[in-house]
Design a protein around this ligand. Structure first.
Ligand code: NAD
Length: 481
């Protein structure tokens, strides 16, 4: 029996107007387990009407009242976290332990964080001088759109929705059509905790149709998007007619820069994680490993040895450390890049093939963790985002050379630097074109800090006060003194 994911509009689950649905796959088995609404213009209009109607009441509440709703949502996600982790693992192919330890806890944290942090966000302030008294106020934008990708489904969906709601906006949100299931469970939670109707509307469907309609709708005042750079560019172009505020979080080609004088064991363990967590399908994963030439040989051996110990398997199994690729198209894209490496005379040090599991997962989309050397930085494998379990390794001789290679792509999302020299790490960090730089760590970050990419990796910043400013409009009223 196939599971059906409908839209959530005005507090109710509704079929798409055209009654069309898309298949939802379980990537670990390669089989269809459900159907998701393939929304069209009627559904988007209906969702926008519902969000518009809900706006006066929702934006008129005190922020602490909205915060109470967010906290209730967080409590319910926590109460249902085991089942949500199972659903997230089924949709994405990520190991259940990863969904339980990272994805679902972070969704809880997103709601709690914005409920609490936003208490320090001032809606009113005043500036006076000899001639004028100026009062500055901030207000919610109105109806806003949140569009998210498949790699961290509930994690990134809620990272947008929570800040949009806390400052008083009402929301039209579209999860990825590849991984829509936990978003529909979030809708159930919103209904169960009594979130006022129309405050959060979840519409499903393709980016080409449903996403595009959200972007072009003139009643939607802002789009917060996370996804690929090509899509981000389309959204930028397609929103010009309605002067929308845009926040675009896009792709990356993140370097890990490893100096001889680092804490070697800690570096090795973390670089394996930063390269292959979620099968390399995290925008912040290291995909270009740059190693000081003096330790290059040793690093190659040790790196491949540690990676070989990762246990691939059924994502449902809590012993599995390495799951499947999230879709067939992504699986094919990754294989294409591995073949390209062979044509470009790359040397595959480890992996390079599909993994053939037995039993339930025999038709799943699994690829070995793959390490490639011998490609110059201008190779497409070092320039284009692969978004899978494939890393390249290159050596460098000087700090300047490392910085030059690191910056030599169109992307600028994140970087990691490994050295015990405080002076060196700070010098390199300052010179790297990336929105987030980690020194001797990875994925350690305070949610109050701005998050986002430079160059083709991003426009705008999420997190902390940056995102609250994004989701509000400022007004200045001046009077003579
Ligand atoms: P994608 O761009 O294909 O899709 C992302 C979302 O946009 C989906 O919901 C999709 O339906 C929608 N969409 C597609 N075309 C659209 C259009 N024309 N108009 C409006 N919406 C449209 O990305 P993906 O394949 O789902 O995700 C992988 C990408 O996301 C990678 O490039 C990865 O680096 C990036 N990503 C970035 C971050 C970050 O914070 N910078 C985080 C996670 C993922």
């Amino acid at each position: 029996m196939l599971e059906i994911v409908n839209n959530f509009i005005n507090g109710e689950f509704v079929e798409p107007h055209n009654k069309k649905y898309l298949d939802i796959y379980e990537p670990a088995t390669g089989s269809v387990y459900g159907k998701v609404a393939d929304s069209s213009s009627h559904d988007i209009k209906r969702a926008v009407e519902s969000a518009k109607n809900a706006f006066p009441y929702w934006s008129g509440l005190y922020m602490v009242e909205r915060g109470e709703y967010l906290k209730k949502i967080a409590v319910e996600i926590k109460n249902r976290s085991n089942i949500l982790a199972k659903y997230e693992s089924r949709d994405t192919g990520k190991p259940i332990t990863l969904a339980s330890k990272v994805d679902i806890p972070r969704a809880i944290e997103n709601f709690n964080f914005f409920a609490n942090f936003s208490e320090n966000f001032y809606f009113e302030s005043s500036i006076e001088n000899e001639v004028s008294i100026n009062s500055v106020s901030k207000k919610a934008l109105g109806v806003v759109g949140c569009i998210s990708p498949w790699n961290l489904p509930l994690y990134l969906f809620t990272w947008k929705i929570a800040p949009a709601l806390i400052v008083g906006n009402t929301v039209i949100a579209k999860p990825s059509e590849i991984t829509p299931y936990t978003a529909s469970k979030l809708a159930e939670i919103c209904s169960d905790i009594g979130l006022p109707k129309g405050v959060l509307n979840i519409v499903n469907g393709t980016g080409r149709i449903a996403g595009d309609l959200i972007v072009k709708n003139k009643n939607i005042k802002a789009i917060s998007f996370t996804g690929g750079t090509v899509t981000g560019k389309k959204i930028y172009q397609n929103s010009f007619d309605s002067f929308k505020k845009l926040s675009l979080e896009m792709g990356g080609k993140n370097p890990a820069i490893i100096f001889e004088d680092c804490d070697y064991e800690s570096m090795l363990k973390t670089v394996v994680k930063s390269s292959f967590t979620n099968q390399g399908q995290i925008c912040l994963c290291s995909s270009r490993i740059l190693v000081e030439s003096t330790i290059f040989k040793k690093f190659k051996t040790d790196f491949c040895n540690v990676i070989s110990e990762l246990k691939p398997g059924d994502p449902k199994d809590d012993k599995t450390e390495f799951g499947s690729i999230s879709s067939e198209s992504q699986f094919k894209k990754i294989k294409h890049y591995i073949n390209l490496a062979k044509n470009e005379s790359g040397n595959i040090l480890l992996g390079g093939k599909a993994i053939q599991l037995q039993g339930r997962c025999k038709n799943g989309w699994f690829i070995e963790p793959t390490v490639i050397e011998g490609l110059g930085n201008r190779s497409l494998l070092n320039q284009e985002e692969i978004f899978g379990p494939v890393v390249t390794i290159q050596s460098f001789k000087t700090e300047e050379e490392a910085i030059e290679i690191a910056n030599d792509t169109k992307y600028g999302l994140s970087a990691t630097i490994w050295t015990n020299s405080h002076k060196k790490s700070n010098r390199v960090a300052k010179n790297i074109d990336a929105g987030v730089v980690w020194i001797n760590c990875w994925m350690v970050r305070d949610l109050r800090t701005p998050f986002g990419g430079m160059k083709d990796s991003g426009l705008g910043r999420e997190g902390g006060e940056s995102v609250l400013r994004f989701f509000t409009e400022q007004k200045t009223i001046c009077e003579p003194k």
